[in-house]
Design a protein. Structure first.
Length: 246
């Protein structure tokens, strides 16, 4: 497991601080993954769901923030982890803000989202290009495919941010979908960082079984289910309104 490098001659206080940051990152990530999974179980809109959602937001912001800041200072700087941390932080925060605003409302904070998503797109494209120059298609020990994933996610997010600004806010199913997909994709990134990014922390039998891919696939399946459920609910409401107006 990659850890923040601290020179042996550094003071005990510095070593203690580095250890605290590492354990906070791991602890927040663990709480984020568990609370994110729990959020799928409890009924949406209930007080318990909202409480779990707040725990998820706080823990994910801590985890991704630390990851983005620390990754450049690892023995081998991990630029993919920097992008993953920034993207996760952005997705969680923008998802939370989507349900904090009233439907059809936009705040000053929202105007700053588009530059962030566009920066993720530009950085991911550049880092993918760097990885493609390597005969193995790797950069900092990470496959170029990781940057393609960030590029796709960032592009979808940028389109959503532009739509938010042009429409002066989002309402109905669009508002719910914005909240849902951003939270879930952030959870997907966190799960991949643990199960696929740190396979050495699991028993070798588990590593060779293919089970480490299950959490990411399950999260994607849940995302597709809830997006479909949201779209179907919106369709039924529109149909009911047409029948009432007829």
């Amino acid at each position: 497991m990659a850890v923040l490098y601290i020179a042996p001659e550094s003071s005990p206080l510095v070593h203690a601080a580095a250890a605290a940051v590492l354990y906070l990152h791991i602890g927040a990530g663990s709480v984020g993954i568990l609370s994110g999974a729990a959020a799928f179980v409890f009924r949406k809109g209930t007080p318990l769901h909202r409480l779990i959602g707040k725990i998820f937001v706080v823990s994910m912001l801590i985890m991704s923030g630390i990851g983005a800041v620390v990754a450049p200072f690892l023995p081998t700087p991990e630029r993919a982890s920097v992008i993953a941390g920034i993207l996760s932080f952005y997705l969680v925060l923008s998802s939370w803000m989507a349900v904090q605003h009233k439907p059809g409302q936009i705040g000053r904070f929202d105007y700053g989202l588009l530059p962030v998503s566009l920066s993720v797109v530009a950085a991911s494209a550049y880092l993918f290009w760097l990885a493609s120059q390597n005969p193995r298609g790797m950069l900092d020990g990470q496959p170029g495919a990781a940057f393609v994933m960030f590029l796709i996610i960032g592009s979808l997010a940028a389109v959503g941010d532009l739509r938010l600004i042009l429409n002066r806010g989002v309402t109905g199913a669009t508002r719910l979908a914005r909240h849902l997909w951003r939270m879930t994709v952030a959870l997907f990134i966190a799960a991949n960082s643990l199960f696929l990014g740190q396979p050495q922390v699991f028993p070798k039998a588990v590593q060779k079984s293919g089970l480490l891919m299950v959490p990411a696939l399950l999260i994607l399946a849940l995302l597709l289910f809830w997006l479909g459920h949201t779209a179907w609910g919106a369709h039924k409401r529109q149909r009911a309104r047409r029948l009432q107006a007829a």
